[in-house]
Design a protein around this ligand. Sequence first.
Ligand code: NDP
Length: 400
Amino acid sequence: KVVRLAHRPTTDIDPSYHLPLTYESVPTFPDDDGKTPLVLLHRLYLSIDPAMRGWMSSARSYLPPVAINAVMRGATLSEVVAVRGASRLKVGDVVSEFAGEAGGWQEYVIVSARSVRKIETWSELVDNHQQTPRELPLTIHLSVLGTTGLTAYFGFIHVGCPRLPSETKRPEVVLVNAAAGAVGSIVCQIAKNVYGCKVIGVAGSDAKCRLLIDDLKCCDAVINYREMENEVERGAGTADPAELFALKSTEFQKRLRRVLKQIDAKGLDIVFDNVGGYQLNECLSRLNYFARVAICGAISGYNNDLTKQQTDNNVSPTGLYMKHGMAIISLRAKIQGFIVLDYIKEWSNAKKDLARWVLEGKIRYQKEDIRDGLENAPSALVDLFHGNNNGKLIVKVGEQ
Ligand code: NDP
Protein backbone atom coordinates (compact mmCIF):
# COMPACT_ATOMS: atom_id res chain seq x y z
CA LYS A 1 0.00 0.00 0.00
CA VAL A 2 1.27 3.43 -0.98
CA VAL A 3 -0.34 6.87 -0.74
CA ARG A 4 0.84 9.43 -3.29
CA LEU A 5 -0.07 13.10 -3.60
CA ALA A 6 -2.34 13.21 -6.66
CA HIS A 7 -3.56 16.85 -6.49
CA ARG A 8 -2.79 19.93 -4.42
CA PRO A 9 -5.65 21.10 -2.19
CA THR A 10 -6.54 24.79 -2.18
CA THR A 11 -8.95 24.49 0.75
CA ASP A 12 -10.06 21.34 2.64
CA ILE A 13 -8.45 17.97 1.87
CA ASP A 14 -10.62 15.44 0.02
CA PRO A 15 -8.93 12.16 1.05
CA SER A 16 -9.61 10.01 -2.03
CA TYR A 17 -9.01 12.85 -4.52
CA HIS A 18 -5.86 14.39 -3.07
CA LEU A 19 -4.32 11.32 -1.38
CA PRO A 20 -5.54 8.15 -3.14
CA LEU A 21 -4.33 4.72 -2.03
CA THR A 22 -2.49 2.59 -4.61
CA TYR A 23 -1.03 -0.91 -4.55
CA GLU A 24 2.56 -1.32 -5.78
CA SER A 25 5.10 -4.15 -5.62
CA VAL A 26 7.47 -4.38 -2.68
CA PRO A 27 10.76 -2.77 -3.83
CA THR A 28 13.89 -4.91 -4.36
CA PHE A 29 17.53 -3.86 -3.90
CA PRO A 30 18.94 -2.27 -7.09
CA ASP A 31 21.40 -4.14 -9.27
CA ASP A 32 24.22 -1.57 -8.80
CA ASP A 33 27.83 -1.66 -7.50
CA GLY A 34 26.48 -2.44 -4.02
CA LYS A 35 28.77 0.10 -2.31
CA THR A 36 26.01 2.08 -0.59
CA PRO A 37 24.58 0.14 2.37
CA LEU A 38 20.83 -0.11 1.91
CA VAL A 39 17.98 -1.29 4.08
CA LEU A 40 14.50 -2.51 3.23
CA LEU A 41 12.11 -1.01 5.78
CA HIS A 42 8.71 -2.31 6.76
CA ARG A 43 6.67 0.61 8.05
CA LEU A 44 5.17 0.16 11.51
CA TYR A 45 3.78 3.60 12.36
CA LEU A 46 3.20 6.89 10.58
CA SER A 47 2.84 10.19 12.43
CA ILE A 48 -0.04 12.38 11.21
CA ASP A 49 0.80 16.08 11.50
CA PRO A 50 -0.98 19.35 10.62
CA ALA A 51 2.19 20.40 8.75
CA MET A 52 1.34 17.81 6.09
CA ARG A 53 -1.35 20.17 4.77
CA GLY A 54 1.41 22.72 4.07
CA TRP A 55 3.68 20.16 2.39
CA MET A 56 0.80 19.30 0.03
CA SER A 57 0.58 22.88 -1.25
CA SER A 58 3.04 24.55 -3.59
CA ALA A 59 3.57 27.48 -1.20
CA ARG A 60 7.10 28.39 -0.12
CA SER A 61 7.90 26.77 3.20
CA TYR A 62 10.71 25.33 5.36
CA LEU A 63 10.61 22.07 3.35
CA PRO A 64 10.05 21.78 -0.41
CA PRO A 65 6.49 20.86 -1.44
CA VAL A 66 5.81 17.14 -1.96
CA ALA A 67 5.89 16.67 -5.74
CA ILE A 68 2.74 15.59 -7.54
CA ASN A 69 2.67 11.76 -7.73
CA ALA A 70 5.41 11.47 -5.08
CA VAL A 71 4.82 9.35 -1.98
CA MET A 72 3.33 11.57 0.73
CA ARG A 73 5.96 12.66 3.25
CA GLY A 74 5.79 11.82 6.96
CA ALA A 75 7.67 10.97 10.14
CA THR A 76 7.78 7.22 10.68
CA LEU A 77 8.87 4.23 12.73
CA SER A 78 9.89 1.16 10.74
CA GLU A 79 11.43 -2.27 11.18
CA VAL A 80 14.50 -3.27 9.17
CA VAL A 81 13.55 -6.42 7.23
CA ALA A 82 16.61 -6.76 4.95
CA VAL A 83 20.10 -5.23 4.81
CA ARG A 84 22.44 -4.97 1.83
CA GLY A 85 26.10 -4.09 2.42
CA ALA A 86 28.05 -3.18 5.54
CA SER A 87 25.80 -1.42 8.00
CA ARG A 88 25.44 -1.06 11.76
CA LEU A 89 21.76 -1.82 11.29
CA LYS A 90 20.51 -5.39 11.41
CA VAL A 91 17.27 -7.17 10.63
CA GLY A 92 14.75 -6.53 13.41
CA ASP A 93 16.09 -3.08 14.39
CA VAL A 94 13.46 -0.36 14.72
CA VAL A 95 14.40 2.95 13.13
CA SER A 96 12.84 6.39 13.05
CA GLU A 97 12.92 8.99 10.34
CA PHE A 98 11.55 12.51 10.09
CA ALA A 99 10.20 13.61 6.75
CA GLY A 100 13.36 12.75 4.87
CA GLU A 101 14.71 10.17 2.49
CA ALA A 102 12.85 7.28 4.10
CA GLY A 103 9.66 8.33 2.34
CA GLY A 104 6.50 8.28 4.34
CA TRP A 105 3.09 6.93 3.47
CA GLN A 106 4.06 3.48 2.16
CA GLU A 107 4.34 -0.02 3.65
CA TYR A 108 7.80 -0.87 2.27
CA VAL A 109 10.71 1.31 1.14
CA ILE A 110 14.42 0.89 0.40
CA VAL A 111 16.67 3.65 1.70
CA SER A 112 20.31 4.32 2.44
CA ALA A 113 21.14 2.82 5.85
CA ARG A 114 22.70 6.17 6.82
CA SER A 115 19.43 8.06 6.39
CA VAL A 116 17.64 6.40 9.31
CA ARG A 117 18.49 6.18 13.00
CA LYS A 118 17.90 3.35 15.42
CA ILE A 119 15.56 4.38 18.21
CA GLU A 120 17.21 4.91 21.59
CA THR A 121 16.78 2.52 24.52
CA TRP A 122 15.69 3.93 27.89
CA SER A 123 19.16 3.38 29.36
CA GLU A 124 20.65 5.43 26.49
CA LEU A 125 18.17 8.20 27.24
CA VAL A 126 18.21 8.37 31.03
CA ASP A 127 21.70 8.49 32.63
CA ASN A 128 22.06 6.48 35.85
CA HIS A 129 18.35 5.97 36.12
CA GLN A 130 17.51 4.30 39.42
CA GLN A 131 14.19 2.89 38.45
CA THR A 132 13.44 0.45 35.67
CA PRO A 133 11.54 2.44 33.07
CA ARG A 134 7.91 1.54 32.86
CA GLU A 135 7.00 -0.41 29.76
CA LEU A 136 6.11 2.33 27.34
CA PRO A 137 4.98 1.62 23.79
CA LEU A 138 7.14 2.14 20.73
CA THR A 139 4.86 4.95 19.59
CA ILE A 140 6.27 7.20 22.33
CA HIS A 141 9.11 7.75 19.81
CA LEU A 142 6.61 9.60 17.60
CA SER A 143 4.88 11.43 20.45
CA VAL A 144 6.69 12.61 23.61
CA LEU A 145 10.14 11.49 22.38
CA GLY A 146 9.47 12.36 18.73
CA THR A 147 9.11 15.68 16.95
CA THR A 148 5.91 16.36 18.91
CA GLY A 149 7.68 16.44 22.28
CA LEU A 150 10.68 18.17 20.74
CA THR A 151 8.46 20.92 19.30
CA ALA A 152 6.93 21.51 22.73
CA TYR A 153 10.40 21.48 24.33
CA PHE A 154 12.19 23.88 21.99
CA GLY A 155 9.21 26.14 21.39
CA PHE A 156 8.47 26.57 25.06
CA ILE A 157 11.97 26.56 26.52
CA HIS A 158 14.08 28.16 23.77
CA VAL A 159 11.50 30.53 22.30
CA GLY A 160 9.14 31.05 25.24
CA CYS A 161 12.12 31.42 27.65
CA PRO A 162 10.17 30.62 30.84
CA ARG A 163 11.48 31.88 34.15
CA LEU A 164 11.13 29.91 37.35
CA PRO A 165 9.08 31.44 40.20
CA SER A 166 12.40 31.71 42.12
CA GLU A 167 13.70 34.11 39.43
CA THR A 168 10.57 36.28 39.42
CA LYS A 169 8.26 37.55 42.12
CA ARG A 170 5.36 35.44 40.85
CA PRO A 171 4.79 32.41 38.63
CA GLU A 172 4.77 33.32 34.95
CA VAL A 173 1.41 33.17 33.19
CA VAL A 174 1.31 31.00 30.05
CA LEU A 175 -1.46 30.59 27.48
CA VAL A 176 -1.40 27.54 25.21
CA ASN A 177 -3.98 26.96 22.47
CA ALA A 178 -4.80 23.60 20.87
CA ALA A 179 -3.82 22.78 24.47
CA ALA A 180 -5.23 19.26 24.60
CA GLY A 181 -3.48 18.32 21.35
CA ALA A 182 -0.22 16.46 20.91
CA VAL A 183 2.18 19.40 21.18
CA GLY A 184 -0.09 21.58 23.36
CA SER A 185 -0.59 19.02 26.14
CA ILE A 186 3.17 18.56 26.50
CA VAL A 187 3.76 22.33 26.57
CA CYS A 188 1.16 22.70 29.35
CA GLN A 189 2.82 19.95 31.39
CA ILE A 190 6.34 21.36 30.99
CA ALA A 191 5.03 24.83 31.88
CA LYS A 192 3.18 23.62 34.98
CA ASN A 193 5.29 20.74 36.28
CA VAL A 194 8.81 21.80 35.31
CA TYR A 195 8.61 25.61 35.42
CA GLY A 196 5.82 26.13 37.98
CA CYS A 197 3.88 28.48 35.69
CA LYS A 198 0.19 29.34 35.85
CA VAL A 199 -1.29 27.84 32.69
CA ILE A 200 -4.37 28.74 30.66
CA GLY A 201 -5.38 26.14 28.09
CA VAL A 202 -7.64 26.76 25.10
CA ALA A 203 -9.32 23.65 23.69
CA GLY A 204 -12.27 22.65 21.54
CA SER A 205 -14.52 20.53 23.80
CA ASP A 206 -15.55 20.02 27.42
CA ALA A 207 -13.88 16.61 27.43
CA LYS A 208 -10.59 18.16 26.30
CA CYS A 209 -10.90 20.91 28.94
CA ARG A 210 -11.54 18.29 31.63
CA LEU A 211 -8.50 16.33 30.47
CA LEU A 212 -6.34 19.41 31.03
CA ILE A 213 -7.78 20.37 34.41
CA ASP A 214 -8.74 17.05 36.05
CA ASP A 215 -6.62 14.32 34.44
CA LEU A 216 -3.34 15.93 33.45
CA LYS A 217 -3.75 18.71 36.05
CA CYS A 218 -1.60 20.92 33.87
CA CYS A 219 -3.93 23.92 33.48
CA ASP A 220 -5.24 26.38 36.07
CA ALA A 221 -8.01 27.63 33.79
CA VAL A 222 -9.43 26.70 30.40
CA ILE A 223 -11.44 28.22 27.57
CA ASN A 224 -13.65 26.01 25.40
CA TYR A 225 -13.34 28.11 22.25
CA ARG A 226 -15.51 25.87 20.05
CA GLU A 227 -18.51 26.15 22.36
CA MET A 228 -17.88 29.92 22.32
CA GLU A 229 -17.74 29.99 18.50
CA ASN A 230 -21.00 28.04 18.23
CA GLU A 231 -22.68 30.45 20.64
CA VAL A 232 -21.45 33.46 18.66
CA GLU A 233 -22.58 31.96 15.35
CA ARG A 234 -26.03 31.14 16.71
CA GLY A 235 -26.59 34.66 18.00
CA ALA A 236 -24.82 36.62 15.27
CA GLY A 237 -27.56 37.09 12.70
CA THR A 238 -24.87 37.28 10.01
CA ALA A 239 -22.81 34.82 8.01
CA ASP A 240 -20.29 37.43 6.88
CA PRO A 241 -16.80 36.00 7.67
CA ALA A 242 -15.30 39.37 8.62
CA GLU A 243 -18.20 40.21 10.97
CA LEU A 244 -18.07 36.74 12.53
CA PHE A 245 -14.31 37.08 12.97
CA ALA A 246 -14.83 40.37 14.82
CA LEU A 247 -17.57 38.93 17.03
CA LYS A 248 -15.50 35.87 17.92
CA SER A 249 -12.54 38.12 18.69
CA THR A 250 -14.61 40.25 21.07
CA GLU A 251 -16.07 37.23 22.83
CA PHE A 252 -12.67 35.51 23.10
CA GLN A 253 -11.25 38.70 24.63
CA LYS A 254 -14.03 38.65 27.25
CA ARG A 255 -13.30 35.03 28.15
CA LEU A 256 -9.60 35.70 28.26
CA ARG A 257 -10.14 38.54 30.75
CA ARG A 258 -12.41 36.28 32.80
CA VAL A 259 -9.87 33.44 33.08
CA LEU A 260 -7.05 35.85 33.89
CA LYS A 261 -9.16 37.20 36.75
CA GLN A 262 -9.96 33.65 37.82
CA ILE A 263 -6.26 32.84 38.23
CA ASP A 264 -5.49 36.24 39.74
CA ALA A 265 -3.29 37.39 36.85
CA LYS A 266 -3.14 40.68 34.93
CA GLY A 267 -1.75 39.46 31.63
CA LEU A 268 0.22 36.83 29.74
CA ASP A 269 3.98 36.34 30.01
CA ILE A 270 4.18 33.56 27.43
CA VAL A 271 1.85 32.65 24.60
CA PHE A 272 2.45 29.30 22.89
CA ASP A 273 0.40 29.69 19.73
CA ASN A 274 -0.63 26.67 17.69
CA VAL A 275 -3.70 28.26 16.13
CA GLY A 276 -3.25 31.84 14.81
CA GLY A 277 -6.35 33.84 13.80
CA TYR A 278 -8.39 35.68 16.42
CA GLN A 279 -6.96 33.61 19.29
CA LEU A 280 -3.49 34.97 18.60
CA ASN A 281 -4.76 38.51 17.96
CA GLU A 282 -6.59 38.71 21.25
CA CYS A 283 -3.68 37.26 23.22
CA LEU A 284 -1.48 40.02 21.79
CA SER A 285 -3.60 42.63 23.51
CA ARG A 286 -3.24 40.95 26.92
CA LEU A 287 0.55 40.69 27.09
CA ASN A 288 2.63 41.65 30.10
CA TYR A 289 5.85 43.63 29.83
CA PHE A 290 8.64 41.58 28.20
CA ALA A 291 6.18 38.87 27.14
CA ARG A 292 7.32 36.16 24.73
CA VAL A 293 5.07 34.82 21.99
CA ALA A 294 6.20 31.52 20.45
CA ILE A 295 4.49 31.00 17.11
CA CYS A 296 4.43 27.24 16.63
CA GLY A 297 1.56 26.81 14.18
CA ALA A 298 -1.49 28.50 12.68
CA ILE A 299 -3.88 25.60 12.22
CA SER A 300 -6.99 27.82 12.00
CA GLY A 301 -5.67 29.09 8.66
CA TYR A 302 -4.07 26.00 7.06
CA ASN A 303 -7.11 25.25 4.90
CA ASN A 304 -7.58 28.89 3.83
CA ASP A 305 -7.27 29.61 0.15
CA LEU A 306 -4.31 31.99 0.31
CA THR A 307 -4.67 32.98 -3.34
CA LYS A 308 -7.93 34.75 -2.46
CA GLN A 309 -8.15 38.28 -1.03
CA GLN A 310 -8.93 38.27 2.69
CA THR A 311 -12.40 39.66 3.40
CA ASP A 312 -11.15 41.78 6.27
CA ASN A 313 -8.19 43.98 5.34
CA ASN A 314 -6.94 44.00 8.92
CA VAL A 315 -6.32 40.29 8.79
CA SER A 316 -3.19 38.94 7.19
CA PRO A 317 -3.18 35.30 6.01
CA THR A 318 -2.20 34.17 9.50
CA GLY A 319 -4.69 36.60 11.01
CA LEU A 320 -2.30 38.99 12.75
CA TYR A 321 -3.83 42.41 13.37
CA MET A 322 -1.48 45.27 12.60
CA LYS A 323 -3.06 47.29 15.42
CA HIS A 324 -0.87 45.50 17.96
CA GLY A 325 2.36 46.93 16.56
CA MET A 326 2.61 49.90 18.98
CA ALA A 327 1.66 47.84 22.04
CA ILE A 328 4.32 45.27 21.20
CA ILE A 329 6.94 48.03 21.04
CA SER A 330 5.98 49.66 24.32
CA LEU A 331 5.68 46.31 26.11
CA ARG A 332 9.09 45.20 24.72
CA ALA A 333 7.37 41.94 23.78
CA LYS A 334 9.04 39.38 21.55
CA ILE A 335 7.23 37.38 18.87
CA GLN A 336 9.15 34.51 17.30
CA GLY A 337 8.28 31.72 14.93
CA PHE A 338 10.31 28.51 15.04
CA ILE A 339 10.64 25.13 13.36
CA VAL A 340 11.61 22.06 15.36
CA LEU A 341 14.14 21.12 12.64
CA ASP A 342 16.18 24.24 13.56
CA TYR A 343 17.28 22.44 16.73
CA ILE A 344 18.20 19.08 15.21
CA LYS A 345 21.72 19.12 16.70
CA GLU A 346 20.21 19.49 20.18
CA TRP A 347 17.54 16.79 19.81
CA SER A 348 19.51 14.07 21.65
CA ASN A 349 19.92 16.14 24.81
CA ALA A 350 16.32 17.33 24.69
CA LYS A 351 15.09 13.73 24.38
CA LYS A 352 17.02 12.92 27.56
CA ASP A 353 15.19 15.69 29.44
CA LEU A 354 11.84 14.59 28.03
CA ALA A 355 12.49 10.93 28.92
CA ARG A 356 13.52 11.91 32.45
CA TRP A 357 10.39 14.01 32.90
CA VAL A 358 8.27 11.05 31.76
CA LEU A 359 9.95 8.78 34.31
CA GLU A 360 9.55 11.43 37.03
CA GLY A 361 5.85 11.79 36.20
CA LYS A 362 6.26 15.45 35.16
CA ILE A 363 5.01 14.56 31.69
CA ARG A 364 2.20 12.05 31.92
CA TYR A 365 2.40 9.59 29.07
CA GLN A 366 -0.95 9.87 27.36
CA LYS A 367 -2.18 7.11 25.10
CA GLU A 368 -1.89 8.19 21.50
CA ASP A 369 -4.87 8.26 19.12
CA ILE A 370 -3.89 5.32 16.89
CA ARG A 371 -5.79 4.50 13.67
CA ASP A 372 -5.37 1.17 11.94
CA GLY A 373 -4.17 0.81 8.35
CA LEU A 374 -2.44 3.10 5.86
CA GLU A 375 -5.73 3.43 3.95
CA ASN A 376 -7.06 5.44 6.92
CA ALA A 377 -4.18 7.95 6.94
CA PRO A 378 -5.83 10.52 4.60
CA SER A 379 -9.05 10.72 6.63
CA ALA A 380 -7.02 10.82 9.86
CA LEU A 381 -5.22 13.91 8.51
CA VAL A 382 -8.59 15.58 7.82
CA ASP A 383 -9.65 14.86 11.43
CA LEU A 384 -6.88 17.10 12.77
CA PHE A 385 -8.61 20.13 11.26
CA HIS A 386 -11.88 19.35 13.03
CA GLY A 387 -10.38 18.52 16.42
CA ASN A 388 -11.42 14.89 15.93
CA ASN A 389 -8.22 13.59 17.47
CA ASN A 390 -7.49 12.81 21.08
CA GLY A 391 -3.82 13.59 21.49
CA LYS A 392 -1.06 12.50 19.16
CA LEU A 393 -2.52 11.09 15.96
CA ILE A 394 -0.68 8.05 14.60
CA VAL A 395 -1.50 5.46 11.95
CA LYS A 396 -0.46 1.87 12.53
CA VAL A 397 0.78 0.68 9.16
CA GLY A 398 2.11 -2.78 10.01
CA GLU A 399 2.80 -5.32 12.75
CA GLN A 400 6.31 -5.70 14.18
P1 NDP B 1 -2.85 18.49 17.53
O1 NDP B 1 -2.80 17.17 18.17
O2 NDP B 1 -2.85 19.71 18.40
O3 NDP B 1 -4.12 18.51 16.58
C1 NDP B 1 -4.54 19.69 15.99
C2 NDP B 1 -5.57 20.38 16.93
O4 NDP B 1 -5.75 21.72 16.47
C3 NDP B 1 -6.97 19.77 16.84
O5 NDP B 1 -7.10 18.64 17.66
C4 NDP B 1 -7.84 20.92 17.28
O6 NDP B 1 -8.00 20.89 18.70
C5 NDP B 1 -7.02 22.16 16.91
N1 NDP B 1 -7.66 22.90 15.81
C6 NDP B 1 -8.01 22.43 14.60
N2 NDP B 1 -8.60 23.39 13.86
C7 NDP B 1 -8.65 24.50 14.66
C8 NDP B 1 -9.15 25.82 14.49
N3 NDP B 1 -9.74 26.22 13.35
N4 NDP B 1 -9.03 26.68 15.52
C9 NDP B 1 -8.45 26.32 16.68
N5 NDP B 1 -7.94 25.06 16.91
C10 NDP B 1 -8.04 24.19 15.90
O7 NDP B 1 -1.69 18.65 16.47
P2 NDP B 1 -0.14 18.84 16.76
O8 NDP B 1 0.10 18.88 18.20
O9 NDP B 1 0.59 17.87 15.92
O10 NDP B 1 0.14 20.29 16.16
C11 NDP B 1 -0.23 21.47 16.89
C12 NDP B 1 0.34 22.69 16.17
O11 NDP B 1 1.76 22.64 16.20
C13 NDP B 1 -0.06 22.78 14.70
O12 NDP B 1 -0.33 24.13 14.39
C14 NDP B 1 1.20 22.34 13.97
O13 NDP B 1 1.28 22.84 12.68
C15 NDP B 1 2.27 22.90 14.90
N6 NDP B 1 3.58 22.25 14.78
C16 NDP B 1 4.65 23.07 14.57
C17 NDP B 1 5.92 22.56 14.51
C18 NDP B 1 7.06 23.48 14.34
O14 NDP B 1 8.19 23.00 14.17
N7 NDP B 1 6.84 24.80 14.39
C19 NDP B 1 6.16 21.10 14.58
C20 NDP B 1 4.96 20.32 14.88
C21 NDP B 1 3.71 20.89 14.96
P3 NDP B 1 -9.34 21.44 19.38
O15 NDP B 1 -10.31 20.30 19.43
O16 NDP B 1 -8.91 21.88 20.72
O17 NDP B 1 -9.87 22.53 18.52
